[in-house]
Write a protein that binds this ligand. Sequence first.
Ligand SMILES: Cc1cc2nc3c(=O)[nH]c(=O)nc-3n(C[C@H](O)[C@H](O)[C@H](O)COP(=O)(O)O)c2cc1C
Length: 364
Amino acid sequence: MIGLFDRFARPLLRAFDPEDAHALTLRALRLAPLVRAGVDDQRLAIRVFGLNYPNPVGIAAGFDKGADVPDALLRLGFGFVEVGTITPRPQPGNARPRVFRLDADEGVINRLGFNSQGAKAALERLSTRLGNGGIIGINIGANRDTADRGADYVRLIETFAPVANYFTVNISSPNTPGLRDLQRAHALDDLLARVVAARERAARNAGTTPVLLKIAPDLTLSELDDVVAVARRRRVDGMIVGNTTTSRPASLRDPKAKEAGGLSGRPLFRLATRMLAETYVRAENVFGLVGVGGIDSGAAALAKLRAGACLVQVYSGLVFRGLGLVGEIKAELLRALETSRVESLSDLVGIDAAAITGEPWPGD
Ligand SMILES: Cc1cc2nc3c(=O)[nH]c(=O)nc-3n(C[C@H](O)[C@H](O)[C@H](O)COP(=O)(O)O)c2cc1C
């Protein structure tokens, strides 16, 4: 089924505007009678953030913003699904066109700006699937026109605690003006204090839900020092490194590279992996990391683990490689276990981090 979809539907979808192609893919996933991918090899299982993941390959936020198809994605073999970003109130996002495929570079630029159907619609959908199992993360963000961004995150944690296996506090999307300022030490400290307090309050009814912080790959290293120190002090459960970049590597060839927005996909890989390793050496195993940005092969996913990720997420790679990418990554990870003669994937996590931080800065 996955192979068929990749062979026939994907070339056709490339003829559409990327946002229309995405809407058609979601519709196909909603309707297709998907056969469940085989049970994962036990050796792919990993325990992180207090949760048991059947395999470490997740789908990144932005693919299923409204929690329309989480079960279809789990059936395709993802070890976890991060839905969102969800904002409290519905909002349309920026004017179209706002997603651009950089075919020559295998990258994507988006400036969607948190188009969201709002919390109520997503909560209804997630409540009806509650008994289905599988790990669902909920990525939360503030409305563009909100007076108090922190209050938006608090409200979303209170709303979604009963249906979330973990939360991602997204303060790193480049398309909501001012959002990334929440990464500054003082603002972040204030935000995380409120978020963690909301999580503790919700825990009385729903149990403790891990909170992860998703950061931009564009932080300076001294900003990263502050972010990791605040995250540790406020006892968040982990970090996701990272979101799209506003930078444009000199290597880009596609004329659409001049579009404004966040760049993802292959051209993001080196920067995101460097920031992951930099985060790993600062986190000192106090919490786990999710590596995301430019994974388009099993080798790229393995490189993320070795740079410091316990889990990985993919999005843009699916656009260029198809849904078969999930299986390809899992097969490569199993091969890596055999060739490196270690017992579990956690033995590979971070083994290259120190070396990576000594390399010349990507793009220099
Ligand atoms: C079209 C599109 C929409 C996205 N929307 C979100 C979002 O709503 N929230 C978020 O945290 N990240 C969002 N992202 C970022 C991805 O989750 C991921 O961090 C980034 O794309 C890097 O991974 P990739 O190179 O595998 O795509 C989006 C990415 C794309 C391409």
